[in-house]
Design a protein around this ligand. Structure first.
Ligand code: GLY
Ligand code: MN
Ligand code: MN
Length: 443
């Protein structure tokens, strides 16, 4: 399938927008992610830092983007690995500073080792430094040493920055609103993930091990060119579905189990994050049906609310109200609805939020409360979020009738807020009881 890449002009626009927000007398230093050792001399697959990726589209380690508004030699500067035929023979090709200028449309590029010599000059005369301290020790030291040097030399005319601001402040607000190209990429990630979930549902048979379904998911991701998981896949049968971040995925699936799969691929850096829960044997029991319908009703009620202006916290309020009513109807919760809601009586069975932003990070950046009064945000067109209510009644919740126990259910979709309402990016993946049973029967 063809995947739409983010066009180069979009990176240029993002850098321009960020430069504008920074204002004069400022400098931003945004480093690439470092490589991570897994054990001895084996590394984890490289994953670029999301902020760096957002501003450059450049996927190499050992790189630093520097942005300086109104600098006469150019406002965008990249430090990256120099070309090196021997290193490239072993590790693969590098873009190199010369090609970086043309390929990435950067004003100036230098070898990464030059950063150390240039950092003092880059900081000199600025007032605001946009840099996220605390992530990369070596770079933190280089920058603090440069600031100290400038301070010590103020009497010789040097000027050290006086304000240090996290780049998140502007950058993450930008990342919250997705462009058409980002939405197309996220739709592609959702399409592949939808296919993968369907493949796992069709393949499922009692007696299989959870990892066999994980293999089906991963097979479909890889087959369609999505080489990375957005997060570790959760394939949880029976009581394991009650463990929110279960990842052992090594239990044998029993005939009466529900199977909860929470898995998503990453496409060009953008995450999908979808959950479906289905009966291992292809048919929901009456108890499973009753609980499943409650989660589905809550999820549908929440999705119906999603449009510009919807208060973030109102979505969770709806989920809690619908699921509390549902558990009352099954006598799992007893009392008056308002009292049960007021004391959050559902918490033993639903202990997480209704969802999160989605983007370059699976739990994507962006403030959920805003200053100055810390009110919850309202949704805006271009935001992408998950809606993922769940009910979890574990074996050891002995206060609940045994027939409900050992059941974990979550239904999670990825939702784009549009001008008039919303679009469910994962719409194609069956989630009603009838559609899930039909899909499994068809197999
Ligand atoms: N897969 C993690 C989550 O749903 O938030
Ligand atoms: Mn998920
Ligand atoms: Mn999620």
């Amino acid at each position: 399938m063809s995947i739409k890449k983010i066009p180069m002009h979009e990176y240029i626009t993002r850098r321009k927008q960020f430069l504008q927000k920074m204002g004069s007398c400022s400098v931003a230093i945004i480093p690439a992610a470092t490589t991570k050792v897994r054990n001895l001399d084996s590394e984890y697959p490289y994953r670029q830092d999301s902020d760096f990726l957002y501003l450059t589209g450049f996927n190499e380690p050992e790189a630093i983007l520097v942005l300086i508004p109104n600098r006469k030699e150019g406002e965008t500067i990249l430090f990256c690995r120099p070309k090196d035929s021997v290193a490239e023979q072993w590790e693969g090709s590098r873009l190199g500073p010369e090609d970086a200028v043309t390929h990435l449309k950067i004003d100036q590029a230098f070898a990464i080792n030059d950063f150390h010599q240039q950092v003092i000059a880059l900081l000199d005369g600025t007032d605001y430094l946009f840099y996220g301290f605390g992530n990369q020790k070596r770079l933190d030291h280089q920058i603090t040493d440069a600031i100290k040097f400038l301070k010590r030399n103020e009497r010789r005319g040097k000027i050290a920055p006086t304000h240090i601001i996290s780049p998140d402040y502007f950058l993450h607000e930008m990342r919250v609103i997705k462009s058409a190209a980002e939405i197309a990429t996220m739709q592609a990630a959702n399409d592949i993930t939808t296919d993968a979930h369907q493949r796992a549902m069709k393949a499922c048979k009692p007696g299989m091990f959870e990892y066999e379904l994980e293999a089906e998911i991963q097979h479909e991701f890889l087959r369609q060119g999505a080489r990375f998981l957005a997060y570790n896949s959760i394939v949880a049968s029976g009581n394991n579905g009650c463990i929110l971040h279960y990842c052992e995925n090594n239990a044998q699936i029993k005939p009466q189990d529900l199977v909860l799969i929470d898995a998503g691929c990453e496409m060009d850096g953008y995450a999908a994050d979808i959950t479906r829960t289905f009966p291992a044997g292809g048919t929901f029991s009456s108890e499973q049906k009753a609980l499943y319908e409650i989660v589905l009703m809550a999820q549908q009620a929440a999705i119906e609310m999603i449009q510009p202006g919807c208060l973030w916290s109102a979505i969770q309020d709806t989920v809690i109200r619908v699921m509390t009513e549902g558990l009352m109807s099954l006598n799992i919760l007893t009392g008056a609805l308002d009292d049960l809601i007021a004391k959050n009586a559902i918490k033993p069975f639903y202990m997480h939020g209704h969802g999160h932003f989605l983007g370059l990070d699976v739990h994507d950046v962006g403030q959920l409360r805003c200053r100055p009064d810390n009110k919850w945000i309202t949704l805006r067109s271009g935001m992408v979020l998950t809606v993922e209510p769940g009910l979890y009644i574990a074996y050891n919740q002995t206060e609940v009738d045994e027939k409900w126990r050992g059941t974990g259910i979550r239904i999670e979709d990825n939702i784009l807020v549009t001008d008039k309402g919303c679009t469910v990016l994962s719409q194609r993946l069956p989630k009603t009881i009838a559609d899930i049973e039909a899909l499994m029967r068809a197999n």
